[in-house]
Design a protein around this ligand. Sequence first.
Ligand SMILES: [Ca+2]
Ligand SMILES: [Ca+2]
Length: 176
Amino acid sequence: MRQAALDRVKLIFTLLDADGTGSLEAEDFELMATRVVAASPNSGEAAKAAMLAAFRRYWTTLAAELDANRDGRITFEEYTACVLSPERFDAALTDFAEALAALGDPNGDGLIRRGLFVALMVAIGFERANIDALFDAFQPSDDDQIEVSVWAAGIKDYYSPDKAGIPGDHLVEVRG
Ligand SMILES: [Ca+2]
Ligand SMILES: [Ca+2]
């Protein structure tokens, strides 16, 4: 695996451990789903429900595939196995990426404003400077919006073990 992919996986594991226990449990995904949905108050109920469902599916998929010792929690060691066989998570990740991108587009015009993008990514736990760098890398329009499809694709790239030099790497950089 490429180092860039490993760095991305490390960061996302830390953020997914929303309650800070040091491992991933079902509660982490409930907590983060609540935070993320709360960051987009103008989104419709269907979009919010889809986001919640996507977080739950993400957890049940991870638990089914990665909880090697079946103790209801996923350690970092267990989690890193996900990057070795990304195809097993493809459906859940696609679901998650589309739900998150849709949440960022309350008026359904296919575009996401920087303000809501930042709010959602802060809710997940990323740093503001990294979020702005990522948004810029997605090449926003003159009125500072990006396409929903670009973001959804970017989320999937983030989890791809063979990708390096992608916009998502901006999330990992330590920025001052
Ligand atoms: Ca946890
Ligand atoms: Ca386990």
